[in-house]
Design a protein around this ligand. Structure first.
Ligand code: BEZ
Length: 247
């Protein structure tokens, strides 16, 4: 038998009236972790102004009409973060080819970012070629919910936000401090997001650019026949077609 997640299924309110079911929500929030902002897919990515290693950034203005990736790392002068920022620097042309601007953020100060950057260039084979946002007062981290207090109550976790040209959040990812991210996966997701924003398709598991895609269930059979004349019906709900624009 499952035990109830609630302290008791019966309780009394402050007037002594017997109440059934879960306790009021105020009881739950009183014991919950400190509140941080949680951003969901489709939310507006918060705008901010902050210092970077190379001067001020006004985030939305800087993004302009581009897609964006905002990613946080726990701390400067740390080994996994050094490899991550190097990996992103090496992928500069790949992000640019996708009309995507990238910015990194941590709670370190701009001076620390500037002092660390030569180590990244020296050890990772690429100069940092994207903004390193300084967030010592945690304003950006709080706006984006990048501090997970039960993991680390001071440093940012490894968050990723992909932001569309409409400034809406299209993807969120959270990795722990101990695991460096695979930035090829982030490029792959951007490919999927950009394709599926333009066509009535979705991408299957492990899909890579150029491979067959799925016709979304919202497309009728009649419309599928018109739009994707060479598609294959595996099941009525699983219809595959060549990636639009790939021929
Ligand atoms: C790192 O980047 O190596 C790291 C940072 C914080 C905690 C653990 C590892």
């Amino acid at each position: 038998m499952h035990s109830s997640p609630w302290p008791s299924s019966e309780s009394h309110d402050h007037k002594g009236t017997l109440m059934c079911g879960p306790p009021p929500i105020t009881t739950l929030t009183a014991t919950a972790a400190p509140q941080t902002m949680t951003l969901s897919l489709g939310d507006l990515a918060p705008d901010f102004t902050a210092e970077t290693a190379d001067g001020e950034i006004r985030f939305h203005e800087w993004l302009g009409e581009s897609w964006g990736v905002l990613f946080s790392h726990p701390a400067d002068f740390t080994p996994v973060c050094t490899t991550e920022l190097g990996a992103v620097a090496r992928l500069h042309d790949q992000f640019a080819a996708r009309n995507t601007k990238v910015a990194a953020v941590s709670v370190d100060a701009a001076d620390a970012h500037r002092a660390w950057a030569p180590d990244i260039a020296e050890t990772q084979g690429a100069e940092v070629n994207f903004p390193l946002i300084a967030d010592p007062d945690r304003r950006v981290a709080t706006l984006y919910g990048m501090i997970h207090p039960r993991h680390d109550d001071t440093a940012t976790v490894r968050s990723v936000f992909v932001i569309g040209p409409d400034k809406k959040v299209k993807l969120t990812l959270t990795y722990p401090a101990s695991t460096g991210r695979h930035f090829g996966e982030i490029l792959r997701v951007i490919d999927s997001l950009q394709l599926t924003a333009a066509h009535r398709v979705a991408t299957p598991a492990d899909w890579e650019l150029g491979e067959d895609v799925i016709i979304t269930p919202a497309v009728s059979q009649e419309e599928a026949a018109r739009r994707f004349p060479d598609h294959r019906v595996i099941k009525p709900y699983l219809r595959l077609t060549a990636q639009p624009g790939s021929a």
